[in-house]
Design a binder for this molecule. Structure first.
Ligand SMILES: *Cc1c(COP(=O)(O)O)cnc(C)c1O
Length: 385
C-alpha cells in the first residue's frame, strides 16, 4: 500500500527525542522554548507559542482576539473543520467566502463583495481565517489591505504551509497576518506527533496566547492584578485551557525543522514529475503561482470528463483497490451536519462545491520514491484511459 501522506523520521529525530527523555524536563522546559525560538528564526516572526495541536492554536488565537458572542468569523469552505470550529468554540457566528476556482484558496473578489454587503448590514467579521490550501499562499497583500479598510483580524491557518513563501516573504513571518498557525500532525510537512505553533509580531497577542495555553495562569508578579500571597503565588486571569506541548514533542520538532527545506524541495521534484507525466490524462493539475513558493503539502487533481465516464468516486475506489492511498481535501465545511444545522445550503458556495465534486489527492511526501510514484502514474493511466 502506498499511503497518500507519511512522516519521515530519521536517526537524528530519534536521538533528539531520546536525549530529552533522560533530561530534567518532559514538558514546559527548554525544548519548548528552543523550538519556539527556532520557528521564530525560521519564519522571521517575533514571537511563537507552541501548543498541543493546531486546533488549540486556532482556538487560542480567536480568544486572544476577544472573539465572542455576537461576533462573526469568516473562513473558506475548502478547509479542515478546525478552521471554522474555532469560531464556534468562542460562541461567534461562522460564515464562509467561496474559493477561487484556479487556486482553491479564498477568492479575494468574493471576499470584497461580501465585506461591502456586510458593512451595509452592520455584520462585518471580527476575524477572517484564511487557509494556505495545499501549501500555496493566499492573496496575503490584498487581504491585508481589505483588513485595514474593514477592520478585521487575519488568522492565517498555514497548517499546510510551513516552509512556503509569499513572493519573497516566509509564510509565518506575519507581515500580512495577525497570527499564523502551523500544524505538526504526521500527515503535514513536518511533525511533532501532535502539535502546532502560533506565530505573531504583536507582543500583546503573544502574551495573551501564552497565558491561554496554560489555564490563563501567570506566575509573573509584574502582571498580577492582586497582591501576591507569597513566593508560591500564581494568578488565574482568564479562563484558559491546558493546551501545552511537551518537551519530547518539541525535541522532535527541533530536529524536523532542520529538514523542512529538504522535505519541500523533494515535494517540488515529485510534483514536477506528476505535472509532466499526468498532463495527457483527463485530469486538471494543480496550479502553481510562479510569484510564490508552495510548501506543496498536497497534490490535488480534478477528475474531468473522460471516455470511460468515471467519476471521482470511481477513480478513488479503483486506486484504493490497486493499493494507492488517496484522500479528498476537503468536504466543504458548510456541508457538515453541524454547519447545515445553522442554515447553510449545499450550493451556497458553488466554486467550493464544484471543486469538491472532482477533487482527489494523490500521494506526495518526502519518502515517496520515484518508483512508487511511477506506480501511481501507471495506475492512473490504466484506470482513466
Ligand atoms: C491539519 C489541519 C488543522 C488541524 O491541525 P491539528 O494539528 O491536527 O489540530 C487545521 N487546519 C488545517 C487546514 C489543517 O490541515
Amino acid at each position: 500500500m502506498i499511503r497518500y501522506a507519511k512522516q519521515t523520521i530519521d536517526q537524528a529525530d530519534i536521538d533528539s527525542v531520546i536525549k530529552t527523555l533522560s533530561s530534567d524536563f518532559l514538558t514546559s522546559g527548554p525544548a519548548v522554548e528552543n523550538f519556539e525560538a527556532a520557528v521564530c528564526e525560521y519564519t522571521g516572526a517575533k514571537y511563537a507559542v507552541a501548543m498541543s495541536n493546531a486546533t488549540a492554536c486556532l482556538h487560542v488565537a480567536c480568544m486572544s482576539f476577544d472573539l465572542g458572542k455576537g461576533d462573526w468569523l469568516w473562513t473558506t469552505p475548502n478547509t479542515f473543520v478546525a478552521s471554522a470550529n474555532c469560531g464556534l468554540y468562542c460562541d461567534a457566528e461562522v460564515d464562509f467566502v467561496d474559493i477561487d476556482s484556479k487556486t482553491y484558496n479564498i477568492c479575494v473578489n468574493a471576499l470584497e463583495e461580501k465585506l461591502i454587503k456586510a458593512e451595509q448590514s452592520g455584520k462585518l467579521p471580527k476575524v477572517l481565517v484564511i487557509v494556505d490550501f495545499a501549501g500555496a499562499p493566499c492573496e496575503l497583500k490584498k487581504i491585508k489591505t481589505l483588513s485595514q479598510t474593514y477592520g478585521f483580524k487575519i488568522l492565517e491557518d498555514a497548517s499546510h504551509a510551513i516552509g512556503g513563501r509569499f513572493e519573497n516573504t516566509k509564510i509565518g513571518c506575519c507581515d500580512f497576518s495577525d497570527f499564523c498557525v502551523f500544524s505538526f500532525h504526521p500527515v503535514k510537512i513536518m511533525t511533532t506527533g501532535e502539535g502546532g505553533i502560533l506565530t505573531t509580531n504583536d507582543q500583546k497577542l503573544y502574551e495573551k496566547a501564552k497565558l491561554l495555553r496554560s489555564h490563563g495562569i501567570t506566575r509573573d508578579e509584574r502582571l498580577f492584578c492582586q497582591a501576591s500571597h507569597g513566593p508560591w503565588y500564581y494568578e488565574q486571569q482568564h479562563l484558559g485551557y491546558n493546551y501545552r506541548i511537551t518537551d519530547i514533542q518539541c525535541a522532535l520538532g527541533l530536529s524536523q525543522l532542520q529538514k523542512v527545506d529538504d522535505f519541500i524541495s523533494k515535494r517540488h521534484e515529485l510534483a514536477s514529475r506528476y505535472d509532466k507525466h499526468l498532463s495527457d490524462l483527463p485530469v486538471r493539475l494543480p496550479f502553481r503561482d510562479p510569484r510564490h513558493y508552495s510548501a506543496l503539502h498536497l497534490y490535488p487533481i480534478l477528475i474531468e470528463e473522460n471516455k470511460k465516464n468515471l467519476s471521482r468516486k470511481d477513480v478513488f475506489i479503483a486506486l484504493t483497490e490497486n493499493g494507492i492511498g488517496v484522500q479528498v481535501h476537503y468536504i466543504p465545511v458548510h456541508l457538515q451536519p453541524v454547519y447545515k444545522a445553522k442554515g447553510f445550503k449545499e450550493n451556497d458556495f458553488p466554486n467550493a462545491l464544484a471543486y469538491y465534486n472532482k477533487t482527489l489527492t494523490i500521494p506526495l511526501y518526502y519518502s515517496l520514491t520515484k518508483a512508487q510514484q511511477d506506480i501511481v502514474i501507471e495506475k492512473l493511466y490504466e484506470i482513466l484511459i
